[in-house]
Design a protein around this ligand. Structure first.
Ligand code: NDP
Length: 410
């Protein structure tokens, strides 16, 4: 479908899942976006004070107590199937096949409309699984023909990290909006080139930061950025797992760009940024290797320390050899903890005031619907290319600090 087909009047009603607010007809998506806009500003983390204005916009009259604030997960009125935005998944590996494609069966505003795969057997399998993909299946050589495919509005790049930049730029040149998986790319220079290509083509660029649509993590953002427990003082975040197959692309520098940091450490880094709502001004980092053969090309275990302008400090770690998953933030008068913190489900949260009690949501479905809504209504989301580049800037500084053994100013 094309965006021209979408009319605001087609969108009948909406509600905020898990929240007290229920809009009834005749609300439309623009109203949804106006209510949500304060939570997803496009220009970095400047959300201090937003909750109150958003609550007022929703008619609630006061800052919401945290137990009632899972606003990460708006739900939308479902568009007819032939009017949903079409998404083409590029790279039909584990994440695209087992998370994104199933999530696209739960989305209200977008649907799976094409795939790009270099594996003929996968093309056959998808053609059988979803017959309406016929004519919308590409490989890496035929990819650029997607420009003529009107069924595809958004290209979702789910390839090994070092391929993100090339396919994002090619998708933008083909006139498509782009969602690119994390890490956005393998260098700041690549991130900038991707942003430039999308801006030149007047297409939007989003990063696969699904936790911005996960209620516990959104609540951690609110508690930290709103200083609910006073000024934030220190953060301890960790994300690691024991990686298997030694031949996989994640252990090859040319495809992965780096190791645990690029893959999962980026979550611990992002969380330090979104809990404080600040950009770090200095980073110091250390590297540890217990298996120099398996991790000959990429990092195995890293720790790093961030200093924020407010004086808050974060101590973060990541590993391909040890299992860890935690977000912990301590403020003057209280603390918050998510453990586990960053997965697709099972996230648990507690604070010094008691446990969080938010529902499990399909983050990927909410993420893609929020993106579709922002394209339909023409507004920006925080999870854009600039946000991806902010993380990459810190990642480069972490590697530089390891190399030089000295703190790096940002
Ligand atoms: P997989 O290895 O499972 O899939 C990658 C796919 O890319 C392959 O199956 C293949 O698909 C395609 N591909 C093309 N060229 C190559 C190549 N040279 N080597 C390997 N694969 C190639 O990876 P994931 O799905 O786990 O990860 C893909 C991306 O998604 C990564 O950037 C990762 O960081 C991100 N990701 C994000 C997650 C999140 O929670 N946001 C979770 C997991 C991953 P085909 O055969 O169809 O061509």
């Amino acid at each position: 479908m094309t965006l021209r087909c979408l009319r605001q009047a087609d969108l009948k009603c909406c509600c905020f899942q898990g929240n007290v607010q229920q809009h009834s007809c005749p609300a439309n998506l623009r109203k949804v976006s106006m209510s949500l806009q304060p939570f997803y500003p496009s220009s970095g983390y400047t959300r201090r004070g937003f909750t109150k204005s958003a609550a007022l916009a929703l008619g609630l009259g006061a800052v919401l107590p945290w137990k009632q604030n899972p606003m990460a997960t708006p739900t939308y009125p479902s568009l007819p199937q032939d009017e949903k935005l079409g998404i083409a998944l590029v790279g039909m590996g584990n994440y695209a096949t087992n998370q994104l494609a199933p999530a696209l069966k739960e989305t209200q505003l977008c649907k799976l409309a094409g795939i790009v795969t270099g594996t003929p057997a996968k093309a056959t399998m998808w053609q059988e699984r979803q017959p309406d993909l016929e004519g919308h299946i590409y490989n890496y050589d035929t990819f650029d023909r997607i420009a003529e495919d009107e069924a595809i509005d958004i290209v979702y790049v789910v390839l090994p990290n070092s391929m993100h930049a090339e396919y994002t730029i090619r998708a933008a040149k083909a006139g498509k909006h782009v969602i690119c998986e994390k890490p956005m790319a393998v260098s700041v220079a690549e991130c900038q080139a991707m942003i430039d290509a999308c801006e030149a083509a007047n297409r939007k660029l989003y990063i696969g930061y699904r936790l911005h649509y996960e209620p516990h993590n959104v609540e951690a953002m609110r508690l930290g950025q709103e200083n609910v427990f006073g000024d934030m003082k220190y953060i301890h975040n960790a994300f690691g797992f024991r990686i298997g197959d030694p031949t996989q692309w994640r252990l090859k520098k040319a495809l992965a760009g780096g190791g645990a940091l690029m893959d999962v450490g980026i979550y611990a880094l992002q969380a330090a940024r979104y809990v404080t709502g600040e950009e770090p001004v200095e980073v110091t980092a250390q590297e540890y290797k217990t298996d120099p053969v398996k991790f000959a090309e990429v990092d195995e275990t890293l720790t790093w320390q961030l200093t924020f302008p407010s004086g808050c400090v974060a101590n973060c770690s990541t590993s391909y050899a040890a299992r860890a998953e935690r977000l912990y933030a301590a403020a003057e008068n209280g603390w918050l903890e998510l453990r586990p913190a960053y997965g697709y489900g099972g996230i648990q949260g507690q604070t010094s005031e008691g446990p969080m009690d938010f529902p499990h949501v399909n983050q990927q479905a909410h993420h893609m619907d929020a993106i579709a809504e922002s394209i339909i209504n023409g507004h920006d989301l925080l999870i854009d290319g600039y946000e991806g580049m902010r993380d990459m800037r810190v990642i480069e500084a972490i590697y530089e600090s390891i190399e030089t053994g000295a703190p790096v100013s940002l």
